[in-house]
Design a protein around this ligand. Structure first.
Ligand code: ZN
Length: 450
């Protein structure tokens, strides 16, 4: 279809004087109205054309893709009827907001001659959801603004960028409707997971769990964010994109549930070192020990596990140095074993169980380095910081939605920040831009009027 829309602007300067500021201001002001009117003209013409095709011409070619509907009274069965009659307009206007402003129109109804259903064909032709009141482009803008900044800044940015300001609660509602999928897994050696609980607005407890992929170079890719979901349930979802044993190492803190449910995705698990002495202290406290005993035990464990990877590349490390490192690991492992036996003699059952669970995982990052030269990133600095930042953002945004809403918001924040290609792809697919509407200015001339 081809539409011509004629506009004529009138510019008045009654005293023949205006400065540049006044002229620019007046021109900018009229642009918003101009845009609204142009949009309304185009969409009305488009709607007329679609209704016209569906109600007058016969033949399925012209109607290709238009007028699809489910049989009247049925939920999913498609009707094969393709002859329609006009059936009036909606009583209320439909408002559609976009990046540069909003427009209103009254959707036209048609009726199927076969099943009698009345419906609005222009909405499907515009690729709009039933109650969608804004363009995907505006949704993207609002979502990015909510994800990236505190809303105070976001709000003022929006009112400047978008023709119509979007208020905070609306922006949050919109953003929480964006349902990003869990990311597809890439080919990197490390899986990292962490979870944290915190106080939601209103005082109830919330929890957020984060699963990341980490590259050798410390590059981060979020695999998923979940709120109020068990590690067991998450593991089932992750299984859809991740193979068992796909990663060299699972990096996580002391939480057993992570190891239990995500451990199978990696060849080995390494528990974060920084937790061990503190957790041993806690276990010993459960065994009714003295303060001194706990302090000594946790200090000796801290020293035992302090075996570092040499600073050089593995190729540069001499065979003798590697053997020495092997030796040190074996000794340290033996001493952990002795510590455990010592606790057993004293009847410290909780501490024994703790070390029993921990000991097979303390030096996995060293074994991995010796075998492959791959250095596992320090999860302390990466995963913990990321999850802290995520929770901080979510709190700031105002986390008072359901766990489902929080899960969505968490994914938005993470993917926006760490996975730009997934972010771009999501919006590209959603917006379905195929350059099917082109607008050009065919005439621009002026004349002086009396
Ligand atoms: Zn029908």
């Amino acid at each position: 279809m081809n539409i011509r829309v004629d506009f004529e602007f009138e510019v008045k300067m009654p005293e023949d004087r205006a400065n540049a500021n006044e002229i620019f201001y007046a021109s900018g002001k009229i642009m918003k109205e101009f845009n609204k009117m142009l949009l309304e003209q185009i969409i009305e013409a488009y709607q007329e054309q679609i209704v016209d095709i569906l109600c007058t011409r016969s033949g399925l070619v012209a109607k290709k893709g238009l007028g699809k509907h489910t049989i009247k009274g049925e939920k999913s069965k498609l009707c094969r009827g393709r002859t329609f009659t006009r059936s009036g307009y909606w009583q209320d206007e439909r408002c559609l907001r976009g990046e540069f402003g909003s427009m209103r129109f009254r959707p036209a109804m048609i009726q199927c001659s076969k099943c009698g259903k009345r419906f609005t064909p222009v909405l499907a032709a515009l690729e709009l959801e039933a109650y969608q009141g804004k363009t995907d482009s505006l949704l993207r803008m609002v979502t990015e603004s909510v994800a990236e900044t505190s809303y105070r800044r976001g709000a003022s940015q929006l009112s400047v960028l978008a023709g119509v300001p979007v208020c905070k609660s609306t922006a949050h509602q919109w953003a929480a409707s964006v349902d990003l999928p869990m990311s597809k897994s890439g080919s990197v050696p490390f899986l990292a997971a962490d979870g944290t609980g915190f106080k939601k607005q209103g005082g109830s407890r919330g929890s957020v769990n984060l699963v990341l992929e980490l590259g050798k170079d410390g590059g981060v890719r979020p695999l998923g964010v979940w709120a109020g979901t068990s590690w067991e349930a998450m593991s089932k979802e992750i299984k859809q994109t991740v193979k068992d044993g796909q990663y060299k190492l699972l990096l996580c803190d002391g939480e057993r549930a992570i190891d239990k449910w995500l451990g199978k995705f990696a060849e080995k698990t390494n528990r974060g070192h920084w937790h061990l002495p503190r957790e041993l202290k806690y276990a010993l406290w459960g065994d009714d020990t003295t303060f001194e005993e706990r302090k000594d035990a946790s200090e000796s464990l801290r020293q035992l596990i302090a075996v570092e990877i040499p600073g050089e590349d593995i190729e540069a490390v001499k065979e003798s140095e590697k053997n020495e490192l092997h030796q040190r690991i074996r000794e340290a492992e033996k001493k952990v074993e002795e510590l455990q036996q010592d606790f057993a003699k004293k009847g410290y059952t909780k501490a024994v169980t703790y070390l029993e669970n921990a000991k097979g995982r303390i030096f996995n990052h060293l074994h991995l380095w010796l075998e492959t030269g791959i250095i596992a990133p320090h999860t302390t600095s990466i995963v913990e910081n990321i999850i802290r930042e995520l929770v901080r953002r979510l709190k700031k945004i105002g986390w008072n939605w359901s766990d489902e809403g929080a899960t969505r918001m968490g994914r938005i924040v993470m993917i926006r920040r760490y996975d730009n290609s997934t972010w771009e792809k999501y919006w590209r697919d959603k917006m379905n831009l195929r350059d099917r509407c082109k607008i050009s200015i065919v005439k621009c001339e002026r004349k002086m009027v009396a």
